[in-house]
Each structure stands twice: as structure tokens, then as C-alpha cells.
Ligand binder design. Structure first.
Ligand code: SF4
Ligand code: MG
Length: 322
């Protein structure tokens, strides 16, 4: 299958400022050497606790946050090397959907205007062509003609997310970063929105980077997953492999904490010691070492290399050193 997005050694550091001069006194390694690929029409789920760098990874890929290093090859072009103008031309191919659609929807615009705006930004269409696009996407996401004349505050959270999705997809992008798109919604509405996203993926041949702290949601929607801890990708693989046979102790702990649909998968809950350390001051060696039930001497000293243990299933952990 064709690779649409190839993220190589992505790093995003934020300065920590101190003193009266607000000088950079250090850096938070929010994204540290993250590499993964997303194929055409595939959903890659990114999981991990809040603050682990998932959103920063998504935004760095789109260059809504400037990465510090690494490459983001989108259809072969390194986005990190593009000028602002070149990037602007690529924007319509890459969109972001996030948790709180209300924040992204101008409250003074009708839904119709909100949908028209991206078309005006990215295309030179006649009014008739624009209207056709608006009608098409409204229908695709389940917004009625009557809704088009209303304002965002007149909708429920689930309907607002439909509007945000319509706005993100009206220019027919190829790649969408969906950052916790259903986390603020009731469970019954969540599945409607997930099904909508999956249906649109088929119709529009989309690839998703789907970011969520909810492991059940990610399992439902993703073809492959990556597990993040303190800015690092500790395990990646097909959803099947990672959920049935998690390799990294952190993945095992995360998965042991969620209720299973199949009771035969139910395993004893693994309790992790302590809290997630500050990303401003990560532990030496393996960043997970002070919480890991399997910590060995080497773990405190050397960061583990990422190894491929079975085809497409990679893990960064000293337990799997040959
Ligand atoms: Fe645990 Fe060591 Fe593996 Fe890190 S490298 S997850 S500390 S066993
Ligand atoms: Mg986040």
C-alpha cells in the first residue's frame, strides 16, 4: 500500500523560560524522536495519557507548531522544508478536527458561511459550484438545509462536531488529524461520530491520525496504533497485534486498565507506581523506568532502541534486546 505520511525522527522542543529576562533555561522535549507512517486510507491511532505529546505531535506534523527537527514527508514532500506560502497551498490537503468544535467555529457565522469560508480560501469556484459543494458535504455529514442558516450555539455538541467535520472535509483533504474528536461527547453520540468519520474515510479515501486517550475508541477506529509516553513512541503495530499481544510494559499497563469486550482477554490489572514525570525533567535512560515493574539496571542508564519484533510491530524496551 502507498504511504501517504512518513514521519521521521520528529522532535518538538519548547523553551522553558526563567529569570527576569525570560531567557530559555532549558527545553521540554514534548516530542522526542517520533517516527511512524500512515498509508493511504488508513487510520493510525495515537494513544497515551494526557500530556504525553499526542496533540503536539499532530500539530507539529501539520506545522501548526514548528517542529524542532526531523522530517514529515507528505506524499514524498518534506513539509518541514516548505515556505509559509508553499505550506498554505498544501493546507487544503491536511486538516485538523479537535475536541471542542465550539472553539473552532466562529459564533457569528451561520453554518452556511462556515462551510463556504474554506472554499473561498482554497478554490476559485463559481457561486453555483460553491453551493453544490456545500450541499454535498452538508448531506454527507447529516446537516439539513434548514440547519445551514443557523449559528453554532444553536446546536448540540454532537451536531457541532458534524459541522466541524464538514468544514474540515469540504475541500476534500487527503489527510486529517482528529485530536480527541469524540472525547467531549456522550457515549451514544460518540459512536455516531466515529461511524460518520469511518464512512467519510471510505467515500473520500482519507487517511486519519486519530489521537485519543480512550483505548477502546482507538481500537474501534484504527488500523494501526502508536503508544506514546513522555514524548516518545514506545510501541507501534497493527491494532490487532498491539491489543492482543502488547509488548511494552507501559502498553500492557494501559491495556490492563480498560474493560474488555471479550472476557477471555481480561487480565490482571497492572498498577503503575507514581505519576507521569514532568516532561521538563524526564528520567534518564528509559523515560518509563521509575514506574516500570520490569526495570533493570540498564534501563536507568541507556534509552532503549526501537526494534521490530514481528513484521510492523515495533517496541522500544530493553526487555527485548537480543
Ligand atoms: Fe521497563 Fe526497562 Fe523496558 Fe523501560 S526499557 S519499559 S524500564 S523494562
Ligand atoms: Mg491533547
Amino acid at each position: 500500500e502507498n504511504i501517504l505520511l512518513d514521519v521521521q525522527h520528529l522532535k518538538t522542543y519548547f523553551p522553558i523560560r526563567g529569570g527576569v529576562m525570560r531567557k530559555a533555561v532549558g527545553h521540554v522535549h514534548a516530542v522526542e524522536d517520533v517516527s511512524f507512517q500512515i498509508r493511504e486510507q488508513e487510520t493510525f491511532g495515537l494513544v497515551g495519557e494526557s500530556g504525553c505529546g499526542k496533540s503536539t505531535t499532530g500539530r507539529s506534523i501539520l506545522r501548526l507548531i514548528e517542529p524542532t527537527g526531523g522530517k514529515v514527508l507528505f506524499d514524498g514532500t518534506d513539509l518541514c522544508t516548505l515556505s509559509r506560502e508553499q505550506l498554505r497551498l498544501k493546507r487544503r490537503d491536511m486538516q485538523l478536527i479537535f475536541q471542542d468544535p465550539y472553539a473552532s467555529l466562529n459564533p457569528r457565522m451561520t453554518v452556511h458561511k462556515l462551510l463556504e469560508e474554506p472554499l473561498l480560501t482554497h478554490f476559485h469556484l463559481s457561486p453555483k459550484e460553491r453551493e453544490e459543494q456545500i450541499q454535498w458535504i452538508a448531506q454527507a455529514v447529516g446537516i439539513t438545509a434548514e440547519h445551514l442558516e443557523r449559528y453554532p450555539h444553536q446546536f448540540s455538541g454532537g451536531q457541532r462536531q458534524r459541522i466541524a467535520i464538514a468544514r474540515a472535509l469540504i475541500c476534500k483533504p487527503r489527510f486529517v488529524v482528529a485530536d480527541e474528536p469524540v472525547s467531549a461527547l456522550d457515549v451514544s453520540i460518540q459512536s455516531q461520530i466515529l461511524n460518520l468519520l469511518m464512512g467519510l474515510q471510505q467515500d473520500l479515501k482519507l487517511s486519519y491520525l486519530f489521537i485519543s486517550h480512550d483505548l477502546n475508541v482507538v481500537r474501534h477506529i484504527s488500523n494501526r496504533v502508536g503508544v506514546m509516553y513522555l514524548g516518545r513512541l514506545v510501541e507501534t503495530g497493527s491494532t490487532e497485534d498491539v491489543y492482543r499481544n502488547p509488548l511494552h510494559p507501559y502498553t500492557k499497563a494501559l491495556l490492563s486498565a480498560i474493560p474488555k469486550r471479550d472476557p477471555s482477554e481480561e487480565k490482571e490489572r497492572i498498577h503503575l507506581e507514581g505519576d507521569v514525570p514532568s516532561p521538563a525533567d524526564p528520567p534518564s535512560g528509559c523515560a518509563f523506568h521509575d514506574r516500570c515493574p520490569h526495570c533493570m539496571g540498564i534501563c536507568k542508564e541507556q534509552p532503549p532502541q526501537t526494534r521490530e519484533l514481528e513484521p510492523g510491530h515495533r517496541v522500544a524496551c530493553h526487555l527485548y534486546n537480543p
